[in-house]
Design a protein around this ligand. Structure first.
Ligand code: 5AD
Length: 350
């Protein structure tokens, strides 16, 4: 698909949008089936060295007075809960940190999880930009999937939503994605939709960028303003528009990259009560229920209205959402992206 065609698909509404979802569903059935894979999300730490203008846990947000890090025992408790619920895939997400202590802790955690649970879990890391050596250590310790969104592929927009310093450089993000691919990770990436000044063409370019990266997994969703962040004041998009474009982006990407894993993101759920089930119907095949221990959940507040519901309620809801749409919530499996079996090890250049 060329950019212009993608842009047109992103704009579809009503009956035409319904047809797009049907087309995506057809592709989904053929290439990845009707299963929806589960990942237990652990928000490991809200301490972050970055200062992204859109994110609630940015380092300058002094209103975020509580900064926490889970200890090993707490993470293992979460794993036990996940195991009981037959969820065999964990995502360890964290604010970006690069101290030796942090790197060691993640490495040790991965080893302990593998050992204590007999390699039962597939673990995905989402811990930001790191050196290739660090990625290698984590890979060797068992974290073979990695999520790192590029946020937007429009570099001038990237500059607008991040401080202009060496810590927030689009080229570093790309370097990291290349490193992860070279090391053999199953790589996930994605972006936000509805950012100030972002337009449909930008989003079409983001989808093409995912294709060029040849990612195995995607998490993309609406940008939701957080009132303690600098970007809050520049809100431009209508919420419904963000939701619709996010759903159309899922459907379009399913058609473009048939066998990858696409998540129905928490941001989509935060934007609309039925956001997750709509995401699944549009072509998403992964859900990531939040398993962060309750006492920390409010502290990992990336954007407003982030759902803080408890694990049991969440799971019942997800079951209902899947059953009503005739999708199968898949327990007891890793749910590797089918694409990862033959994704290319190509590098991306700017
Ligand atoms: N709205 C939506 N998504 C956000 N993220 C961070 N802040 C926001 C926000 N305000 C997303 C980013 C990041 C991921 C962990 O959460 O895309 O990569």
């Amino acid at each position: 698909m060329i950019k212009k065609e993608i842009t047109e698909l992103l704009k579809l509404r009503d009956v035409d949008q319904g047809q797009l979802f049907k087309d995506a569903d057809f592709v989904r059935e053929k290439y990845v089936g009707r299963e929806v894979y589960l990942r237990a999300l652990i928000e490991y730490s809200n301490i972050c060295r970055k200062d992204c203008y859109y994110c609630g846990i940015r380092s300058s947000n002094k209103c975020q007075s509580i900064r926490y890090t889970l200890n090993e025992e707490e993470v293992l408790e979460v794993a036990v809960v996940a195991q009981k619920q037959k969820i065999n895939s964990l995502v360890i997400q964290s604010g970006e940190r690069c101290s030796n202590e942090f790197v060691d802790d993640i490495e040790r955690l991965l080893k302990v999880i593998a050992q204590k649970f007999n390699n039962q879990f597939r673990v995905t890391l989402s811990c930001g930009e790191q050196s290739k050596d660090v990625y290698k250590r984590w890979y060797d310790a068992g974290g073979v999937r990695y999520l790192l969104r590029f946020e937007t592929s429009n570099q001038s927009l990237y500059k607008k939503i991040h401080p202009s310093d060496s810590k927030h450089d689009f080229r570093t993000r790309l370097q990291c994605l290349n490193d992860l691919k070279e090391l053999g990770f199953q790589v996930g990436s994605g972006f936000m939709m509805g950012l100030p000044t972002q337009n449909y063409d930008d989003i079409a370019s983001d989808l093409l960028f995912l294709k060029e990266l040849d990612v195995d997994m995607v998490g993309m969703g609406p940008y939701l303003p957080h009132n303690k962040t600098p970007l809050f004041a520049s809100e431009e998009w209508d919420l419904n528009e963000k939701i619709n474009v996010s759903l159309n982006a899922i459907a379009t990407l399913r058609i473009m990259m048939k066998d990858i894993n696409i998540a129905a993101t928490t941001a989509l759920r935060a934007a609309a009560i039925d956001g997750r089930s709509k995401g699944i119907r549009a072509g998403a095949n992964v859900v990531m229920p939040n398993f962060t221990p309750k006492k920390y959940r409010e502290e990992y507040y990336l954007y407003e209205n982030k759902p803080l519901v408890y694990t049991d309620e969440q799971m019942t809801l997800m079951e209902e959402e899947c059953v009503s749409g005739q999708y199968i919530l898949k327990y007891g499996e890793w749910g590797d992206s089918k694409h990862s079996k033959h994704s290319k090890q190509n590098r991306i250049f700017l």
